[in-house]
Design a protein around this ligand. Sequence first.
Ligand code: FE2
Length: 302
Amino acid sequence: MDTPKVIGFAGFGLEVPDLDVAAKFYGAFGLDVHAQADWLGLRSPGRLQDEAVIVRGAHKRLHHIAFTIDAAHESQFAEKLQKAGMKVLNAPAGGHRPGLWFQDPWGTWINLTPGTRPPAAVSAPSGDRIDVARWQELSRDPKPARIGHMLMFTPDYPKAEAFFTDVLGLRITDRAAGKVSFMAAGNGTIDHHCFGLIPSTHRGYQHASFQVGSIDDIGFGAARMAKAGYKEGFGLGRHALASNLFHYVRDPWGSWIEYYCDMDKISDQWQTRDWNELPYIWGPEWSPEFWGKQMNGNFEAP
Ligand SMILES: [Fe+2]
């Protein structure tokens, strides 16, 4: 039998000091917020599982990451983890997800949730438009369709790459050499990445990204965030690796959340390459200071 592989990115968990601050921020972003006694479940409208779980903690900190697995592979994954020297454990406090829980070699909690790959956002129609007033037809308050990916800081870049590919079955699709590894999950035609690693002094959350249907949805989302007081952002632009259109909004704790659309899809023919390009082909004025220290700054306590 094939070695089991994760089939998608299910979501993330953060610890933050004030749940009300998080509920306001993610609600404005467009996620449904389910407030529990001492945690929040966040999901794109219509999704059946929480994509983000926010728990109370002394400081903002990455709490866990979660990948989707085929339910039939749960016991194979448990065996594989054991062979790789990791134990399946009880969910940690705040681990409000079903499935397997374990800690990676650097102490990050990882959840493997049984499920299926979520549907992609419905794209805006393209082609000729005659006698149609598009501006009257666009949704003025579009919401995210699903979580697309997350990038995580790692203190042990090459070993972490090997861990996520060998043990979880992710596949490296492109690298910004020495700076970012993008990874995809699943078989067939899949998104260019659903996860990625950035080298740093310690582990942490860099950004999560939610798919929307079109460039208009990115624009409406960014405007909605600005109106709600979340004016610090980075975008609009088109990325180099993966080609997606993007706009990032700074979260209340110094990290980022992203709206994106129009990402490259890949097949098993895709070749992994290392690149030395700017992160985007057009967008805000390039500033190594901003990109290196703000965009890719790890502001979490170790
Ligand atoms: Fe992204």
